[in-house]
Design a binder for this molecule. Structure first.
Ligand code: NAI
Length: 251
């Protein structure tokens, strides 16, 4: 590990991509990485519209309307970072969706859409960025898993499987990316107060908050600060890890 030139801006000079950045955890990741000195490319689906531009403006970054499941998503990012910057240093695979149903009622479309956004896209993006030589030596990839990928969750077989799969991706890519001196780690948040969890019925939501050892829901900044640590030069020797944020699940 190397000490940052400026401890107040450990990510100075770095270019970071944050997917799903228009709201929730992604918007806070964009803010924290920018506060720590990175230029942030905030990506989200075109339907996110103004919300995405507002986040990008707030952090002095770039708004990139982009569906991470589009076949040319990686190529578009590569083209942007190669033309406007000298490549990408930090990739945060944060975009994620839920399509909850008890297993007996889990139809194929709910299964496939969650697989595509939460599991295939984070892997494909890294593959495409590597193929385009757009990911810089010494960089960092951080994937957003979930406690549901470690402990499972009723009604979330599709979601839990993708979030467990993300941990498998981290394991598989650790030696691959190490050849370019790039780290890869995952965060596994517990219950975080966002629009995603606000959509859960009240009683289940309250139970979700209490299902962790800290007995409370976490905030988006808890996740974002952990991600900024993984992206910083001082964690250059930290790779292949999964860090639980906001309480070990008591499931
Ligand atoms: P959110 O629903 O508030 O935000 C997710 C963002 O991702 C949205 O702006 C959405 O438009 C974007 N997105 C969805 N599909 C996309 C696609 N195909 N391409 C680009 N962007 C896309 O969700 P939240 O709570 O902020 O979650 C962020 C991440 O954290 C997700 O991966 C989620 O699974 C994970 N997570 C959240 C937890 C929570 O309690 N809120 C707990 C554990 C993990």
């Amino acid at each position: 590990a190397t000490a940052p030139a400026d401890w107040d801006k450990p990510l100075a000079g770095k270019v970071a991509l944050v997917t799903g950045a228009a709201r929730g955890i992604g918007a806070t990741i964009a803010e924290v990485l920018s506060r720590d000195g990175a230029h942030v490319i905030a990506a989200d689906i075109p339907a996110a519209g103004e919300a995405l531009s507002e986040v990008a403006n707030k952090v002095g970054g770039t708004a990139l309307p982009l569906d991470v499941t589009a076949p040319d998503a990686g190529a578009k990012i590569a083209a942007l970072v190669k033309s406007r910057h000298s490549g990408l240093d930090i990739v945060v695979n944060n975009a994620g969706i839920t399509r909850d149903k008890l297993l007996a009622n889990m139809d194929e479309s709910k299964w496939n859409s969650v697989m595509a956004v939460n599991l295939k896209a984070p892997k494909q993006l890294v593959d495409d960025l590597l193929a385009a030589d757009a990911l810089n030596e010494g960089g960092s990839v951080v994937d957003v898993s979930s406690i549901a990928g470690i402990a499972g969750n009723r009604g979330q077989t599709n979601y839990g499987a993708t979030k467990a799969g993300v941990i498998g991706i981290v394991d598989a890519y650790t030696p691959v990316l190490a050849k370019k001196n790039i780290t890869i780690n995952a965060v596994a948040p517990g219950f975080i107060e966002t629009a995603m969890t606000a959509a859960i019925p009240l009683a289940t939501r309250q139970a979700g908050r209490l299902m962790n050892s800290l007995q409370q829901g976490g905030q988006t900044v808890d996740v974002a600060e952990t991600i900024s640590y993984f992206a910083a030069p001082s964690s250059a020797a930290v790779t292949g890890n999964v860090v639980r944020v906001c309480g070990q699940s008591l499931l």
